[in-house]
Design a protein around this ligand. Sequence first.
Ligand code: PBG
Length: 345
Amino acid sequence: FPVTPEELPGRSSQVRCSPTYRPRRLRRIETLRRMVRETVLTVDDLIYPLFVMEGDGQREEVPSMPGCLRFSIDRLLDEVKTAREWGIGAIALFPLIPHSQKDNLGTESYNPDGLIPRAVRAIKQAVPDMLVITDVALDPYSSEGHDGIVKDGKILNDQTVAVLVKQALAQAAAGSDFVAPSDMMDGRVGAIREALNAEGWIDVGILAYSAKYASAYYGPFRDALNSAPKWGDKKTYQMDAANAREALKEVDLDIAEGADIVMVKPALAYLDVICRIKQHTHLPVAAYNVSGEYAMVKAAAAQGWIDEKSVMLETLTSIKRAGADLILTYFAKDAAMILTHDSNP
Ligand code: PBG
């Protein structure tokens, strides 16, 4: 629309606009915007969560997580190699356990030849410099779909910790670099650290799900692993979404017990928690951009309602800006592709 100088309101004698500071000066062109950018997402920030299943040559898409697959170990190796080639340095593994192997005690979770130990050994042999993080919790192995042993409708804390310790030791023996307790039982980080030390696994680290909320955003993940609770919810062990100070308490405990990295989960609805924890601790802070957050972006993008690539990069950047040093995200491979191949993402 043609605007003549006489028509511009700023030119009129009544309106004076001549600010000393013009923040827009620093937004003028892309090279300048890049120079003053405060947060730069890189592939080194990303951890790629992967679902592993039994079988040969298997690849199944998770219906509620388009673009996310469950892999049998042989196919998983191809995915891990590709991820490594694209610059991803760490993966987090989650198992789909056949129902016949599930029980209330999560016995299969510490089978030294179980799905996860076999997957870890295969990955470490095929891609030795890929950092492997294994989840420590009973839910994929529990006939009840809970993260701990159930008795009379309650989740037993200390008895569960005894099983988690065995699970962590089996994972360490298989070659896991980090064990990641996601169960939210009290005292588990300390018990796992002590057992790892006693068995000589001094270099195996603990990535603690310190502030893990009882969240409705985990739905698609539970579809992926067929691990939804058979009854009730997880509110007696996972945190109340309304609490932030309590997250600092959880972080303090996990650090005192020997955590190497602390994590907030989910990420997007908890950016304030990430920010507060970052100000509170000197440890690296991780955040989990969970399955429901992924599914929402995918669903809206599939409808043509949002631009997937831009929303993905904006989301991951905002999680880093909030204070996360590391981001677990199902977008890791897509983001890595852009960050390593696109000169101007
Ligand atoms: C299990 C576990 C869950 C997730 C990671 N580990 C689900 C749960 O606590 O029910 C969720 C991850 C996601 O939603 O992407 N302890």
